[in-house]
Design a protein. Structure first.
Length: 402
């Protein structure tokens, strides 16, 4: 059941249903994604119909510069797009966020003509896995010789390009003297061996396989050192945000959209169900009424907190061309907190569904598993809160993931 059918409180931003542009287009895809979600999960990848809809709306080039064919959406608008896609299917939203931020944070540091070749086509998509310290990138004339294996490459099954973050080493694999350097390298998907080992509790449709390369030559033109402001080739507003904060914003939006879909279904269930042991329909139960209202308030508060904080940060980036440490900490606090709060809303909705929620024929259990997997990501880890707390209290530290 779509959010618009559930009453006057949903969706949370009614104008997004009718306004033109990427947010409206994303909301229009919710029915398609809802109907395709079981097949997405079973196939462990996005099917052709979903990929074509995403490409038709140019949803893999939302953040990159218009100079290379991208849309350069403001980050707050981008978050609304990802949230809307997650209402339909969390795996789809996850792949869109992962692909867009990866493309942005590569293209920013590549020569424009290389970025255009890599990301100028609407069908282009980049996937890469988690940084792996056992990988090596050995400098050679004209580029690097790369060997390694990486996992969690979300979107790898529909990607045209693969990438990797690799420590620069001596030829024998030992670290180079001084501070460790990690180079990001890009190469055609066909040059990697995709292992096809993605088996997880949730987010199954992301196809987050492992992959490896052995002694692969990657030219300097397709290698970069990300998140170094001084090395930016593109100076658009979005480039003031680190890759970590962009990922965190999108994944927080994914958590919100997943929670929204579960809460909408909880409302629909309560309107039409009477619990076996109850003397009255769920909708007339005072406890159910209170819980639904509190969950709605909590989810709306989280959404307003995320979008409000990102909008403030965006305004600062537009005005100053960079973000202060205070603002980066504020975005980190918002994204981590919202991912946690959205997860708790999702769990509460699952529990409120009773035995209905455990049935594979119902949407609760799949989205519940998706919500819990989202909560396990690096961007949601609670030790980010400790870092922000140290900052607010003036305790010396070396900030990370900002």
């Amino acid at each position: 059941m779509a959010a618009a059918e559930l009453g006057t409180l949903a969706p949370q931003v009614p104008e997004a249903l009718t306004r033109p542009g990427p947010v409206g287009h994303a909301r229009a895809l919710i029915p398609l994604l809802e109907s395709a979600a079981p097949a997405i999960e079973q196939a462990r990848e996005l099917p052709p119909a979903v990929l074509e809809a995403l490409r038709a709306n140019d949803f893999f080039r939302l953040l990159t510069s218009p100079a290379i064919g991208g849309q350069a959406l403001p980050l707050p608008v981008y978050a609304e797009v990802v949230e809307a896609l997650a209402i339909g299917d969390a795996s789809t939203a996850w792949c869109v966020n992962q692909g867009n931020v990866s493309a942005l944070t590569s293209a920013t540091f590549l020569a424009p003509e290389v970025a255009r070749r890599c990301f100028g086509d609407r069908d282009s998509a980049l996937a890469w896995g988690a940084q792996h310290n056992r990988a090596t990138a050995v400098p050679v004339p004209g580029g690097y010789r790369v060997t390694g294996r990486w996992d969690f490459a979300s979107g790898s099954r529909h990607a045209s390009l693969m990438g990797a973050h690799v420590p620069v080493t001596e030829p024998d694999g030992t670290p180079r003297p001084g501070r460790p350097q990690f180079v990001t390298v890009l190469f055609p998907r066909g040059q990697a061996r995709i292992i096809g080992d993605w088996a997880a509790m949730g987010l199954r449709g992301t196809g987050s396989d492992s992959y490896e390369v052995v002694d692969l030559f990657v030219p300097d033109s397709h290698a970069c050192f990300r998140d170094r402001p001084e090395a930016r080739r593109d100076r658009g507003t979005i480039t003031a945000f680190s890759s970590h904060l962009c990922y965190a914003t999108g994944f927080a939006a994914t958590a919100l959209g997943t929670a929204r879909s579960l809460l909408d279904r909880s409302i629909a269930l309560a309107r039409g169900k009477s619990a076996r042991a109850a003397a009255q329909p769920m909708a007339e139960n005072h406890g159910v009424q209170s819980q639904i209202a509190q969950l709605e308030a909590r989810l709306r508060a989280g959404r307003a907190y995320l979008l409000g904080t990102v909008r403030e940060a965006w305004a600062e980036a537009e005005a100053m061309g960079e973000l202060s440490l205070d603002t980066r900490m504020a975005v980190r606090l918002a994204t981590t907190s919202v991912m946690g709060d959205a997860t708790e809303v999702s769990v509460a909705c699952y529990r409120a569904g009773g035995t209905t929620a455990i049935l594979e024929a119902e949407p609760f259990e799949r989205r519940f598993r998706d919500a819990l997997c989202i909560s396990q990501h690096l961007q949601a880890t609670p030790w980010h809160l400790e870092m922000v707390g140290r900052h607010l209290l003036g305790v010396p530290q070396v900030p990370q993931f900002l």
